[in-house]
Design a protein around this ligand. Structure first.
Ligand code: PA5
Length: 462
């Protein structure tokens, strides 16, 4: 089968922002990008043990254990689809954003409200909100439901608390054999490290392993993302095909490589003082894709007092809120615009026989055309206002495109992190809030931390 690259980068709207000096600088930025790409390929950079995602898509067709893993994922999804009206995915950060992004990108942000023969899917354990939990419990109460609990470490507070509650609900509703059929645990292989693994072993739940060399935010193409995505009736083979194509295409160094070009351009803009990147899309179905992208780049780059702050908008909605700032506020940002060339459906704007709303000039146009014109007009306006725009054109919202986009951004992120001189695969800064929260919750001292002492110190400051 012949594949065509679905992501096409358009840098035309950057030309007013790149001076003759910058053009010279670009050569050295490209050299840095090449060196960074080599670190990814040769596994010689910081966090080199966390590069399992690099050849994962291609390996799905080659490695018997991965072929088997895909079969197990599909069988588990089929079982869930047959016995459940609702599925709750309990996970936070990289353990839920990718699957939620895929379901909304490929199906709809209104997935649960659409007519379908697959279960509704709710995401819990990604906050500590009482009201959100109670509302979702209420939805499940009278329905047959299953739980997919995802935590690589198997010790994260938010999903652990929610899973304890959901397990209790399942145990109240079903006998122990049925409960076992309804819980799926995705976690580390080591029960010493992961409490979730130890619990799943003890109770006999079906398990999937998050590979040691793949961190949370790079894990959407493992069972972490693929099981919930398959439950939604999405073809996961197609997603992997799109990602495998991207692996072949974007690991080859060339100045025409759009993935590297994206890393290069954002690095150049950062050097020119643009320290905020806004991911802009014109479809509500991309809101969670934006969230996934924000975590990927934000958590990977934002360390050592460096990095581009990641932010996102859905247009035209946010043109009526943040549009003012992007047009005219502090000039610290650039935009990356995802332009989807074809909508999944069509709508022709009907003529108004009474001609009273003053909108006759759009008679007979498709809504998609109007959206496209809004995008073109906005790109010109924002660049005129001093916000550089990078455009990523994609053909449509489907499985292959999602797979290609995931790999495009993961590789661009790793390369960008290395160009910045940080380890794109750790997140040391996330520990600080956890330490304070554990101390305030009364966690006893362990070999690493004296929580009661920390608590005394913090309480003095509250
Ligand atoms: O990218 C990451 O590693 C993090 O965002 C994690 O995905 C997140 O903290 C959840 O961790 P865990 O899967 O261990 O519960």
């Amino acid at each position: 089968m012949v594949f065509l690259q679905v992501i096409k980068l358009n840098e035309k709207y950057l030309k007013d922002f790149i001076s003759a000096d910058d053009k010279q600088k670009l050569d050295s930025v490209w050299k840095e990008a090449e060196a960074a790409l080599n670190k990814v390929k040769d596994r010689t950079g910081a966090g080199k043990d966390m590069l399992g995602w690099v050849d994962l898509p291609g390996n799905y067709a080659k490695k018997p254990e991965l072929i088997n893993e895909l079969d197990r994922i599909k069988a588990a999804a089929e079982k869930i689809r047959k016995n459940s009206e609702v599925v709750i995915v309990a996970g936070i950060g990289g353990s839920y954003l990718g699957s939620r992004a895929a379901i909304e990108f490929i199906k709809s942000h209104l997935y649960n409200n659409t007519e379908k023969d697959t279960p509704d899917i709710y995401f819990l354990g990604n906050s500590i909100s009482t009201d959100n939990l109670n509302e979702i419990i209420k939805i499940c109460e009278k329905k047959n439901f299953s739980v997919i609990v995802i935590s690589k470490s198997g010790t994260t507070t938010e999903p652990a608390i929610v899973f304890r509650i959901l397990r209790g609900l399942l145990e109240k509703k079903y006998n122990s054999e049925e409960v076992k059929e309804r819980i799926f645990a995705i976690t580390d292989k080591n029960g010493e490290k992961s409490k979730l693994k130890a619990l799943a072993d003890l109770k006999g739940y079906e398990k999937f392993v998050v590979p040691d060399d793949i961190g949370g935010r790079y894990s959407v193409l493992t069972a972490v993302g693929l099981l919930p995505i398959a439950v939604a009736g999405i073809d996961i083979d197609e997603i992997i095909e799109g990602a495998a194509f991207a692996e072949k295409t974007y690991l080859e160094f060339s100045k025409n490589n759009d993935c590297l070009k994206y890393a290069v351009l954002r690095n150049l803009l950062y050097q020119k003082g643009k320290s905020v990147e806004i991911m802009a899309a014109y479809e509500p179905a991309l809101a969670m894709m934006n969230e996934w992208w924000k975590q990927l780049f934000g958590e990977s780059e934002g360390k050592n007092k460096l990095g581009i702050y990641t932010s996102s908008v859905i247009f035209t909605t946010d043109l009526h809120s943040l549009g003012q700032f992007i047009q005219d506020g502090s000039r610290i940002m650039f935009e990356t615009v995802i332009n989807i060339e074809n909508s999944q459906s069509d709508f022709v704007i009907p003529a108004d026989s009474e001609k009273i709303d003053g909108m006759d000039y759009v008679d007979g146009m498709t809504l998609h055309e109007v959206n496209y014109k809004a995008m073109l007009g906005t790109v010109i306006a924002h660049t005129d206002g001093g916000t550089p725009n990078i455009i990523l054109n994609i053909n449509k919202r489907d499985e292959k495109t999602f797979g290609e986009l995931v790999y495009f951004f993961e590789l661009a992120c790793a390369v960008s992190g290395y160009m910045l001189g940080v380890n794109p695969f750790d997140q040391p800064g996330v520990e600080d809030y956890k330490t304070n929260m554990f101390a305030l919750l009364g966690r006893p001292a362990d070999k690493d931390k004296n929580y009661p002492e920390i608590r005394k110190e913090i309480e003095k400051r509250i």
